[in-house]
Design a binder for this molecule. Structure first.
Ligand SMILES: [Zn+2]
Length: 318
């Protein structure tokens, strides 16, 4: 048994670690699509170019303490930076609670070092979650998913499936490799077919090749069943949000026509980074990557419930 106090301490540490990783993901989200190094230069204010000191760069806390502004010039930092840190921290903690060391790992009530060591499952899920978060926000901003995430993720997911076949519930490395390969091939093929089908129906490009590579990457980690679920869940979610989006953008266009200046129109878009506003205002379609990421996250945390639900739905119990 892990004592309650130690368990709570570890949970807090994992949450803080997740927030710190989220801070790094913010850097990736901003720099990757701009083909800039994610290592150098260190964080600096985009407005006055002053470097951000470590005490102003504490995940979650600094944004609140400085009220989302640069200490030197007072330029606003997007609320989204804070949100990505919080989202990463929460997902990392959930992965830790679900896949981390179980409280009943050892018998005699003694704390052993082995109880505190998570299996490889946790860091691999963290890695996948990080990739999903970066892809989501880059896709929202630029309508692309960086190849570093999608193609890189296919390679990393495959290698990790060989090294740690338990990720796919297997013990032998070849079976892990096989399930990962099936996930990659079936995942990409499914999106490719859906994209062709969508083009046939809507007479315009419904999905990009980035989404094909992205679901391949997801399949590399969670196998073909996971990829299939991700696609089905994401298209339901996408359909719901799409309908809302169209309704809202009609309303926004009406507001935009009524307003005499552009300011009121842009004010509605304050969620987005300032330099992305112009491209956003002109777009009417919505990126598909975030829906794929959301579907994959549901599978990561609730695959058993999903499978139970499917077996009840299709009467596969007996
Ligand atoms: Zn500044």
């Amino acid at each position: 048994m892990i004592p309650e106090g130690v368990k709570l301490f570890l949970d807090v540490m994992v949450f803080a670690f997740g927030a710190a990783v989220g801070s790094f993901l913010n850097v990736c989200i901003y720099r990757m699509p701009r083909e800039k190094s994610i290592i150098t230069p260190p964080s600096h204010c985009g407005s006055c170019k002053n470097p951000i000191a470590w005490f102003d760069n504490i995940p979650l806390l600094s944004w609140l303490l400085l009220r989302g502004r640069c200490r030197h010039c007072g330029a606003p930092f997007s609320f989204r930076y804070w949100l990505v840190e919080l989202l990463t921290a929460i997902l990392f903690l959930l992965a830790w609670l679900q896949f981390g060391p179980s409280p009943t790992a050892s018998d005699e009530g003694l704390l052993r070092a082995g109880d505190l060591l998570p299996s490889w499952h946790v860091p691999i899920v963290w890695l996948l979650l990080g990739g999903l978060i970066v892809a989501t926000f880059v896709d929202l901003d630029h309508y692309i998913i960086p190849d570093e995430i999608s193609v890189g993720g296919v390679v990393v997911g495959f290698v990790l499936s060989c090294a740690y076949p338990a990720l796919h519930g297997e013990e032998f490395f070849l079976l892990g490799a096989w399930k990962s390969l099936l996930g990659i091939l079936i995942g990409s093929a499914l999106v490719l077919w859906l994209a062709l089908f969508g083009e046939l129906i809507f007479k315009k490009e419904a999905m990009g090749f980035g989404d094909v590579k992205f679901l391949g990457m997801i399949g590399a980690f969670i196998g073909w069943q996971g990829a299939l679920f991700t696609l089905v869940a994401s298209s339901f979610l996408g359909a719901i949000v799409g309908v809302l989006w169209i309704a809202l953008s009609r309303e926004r266009q009406a507001v935009g026509r009524e307003a005499s200046s552009n300011d009121a129109y842009y004010a509605l878009d304050s969620w987005d980074l300032r330099d992305e506003m112009d491209t956003h205002a002109m777009r009417s379609s919505i990126p598909y990557g975030p829906f794929l990421a959301a579907g994959a996250i549901v599978w990561i945390f609730a695959s058993r419930q999903v499978l139970d639900f499917c077996s009840v739905l299709f009467g596969l119990n007996q």
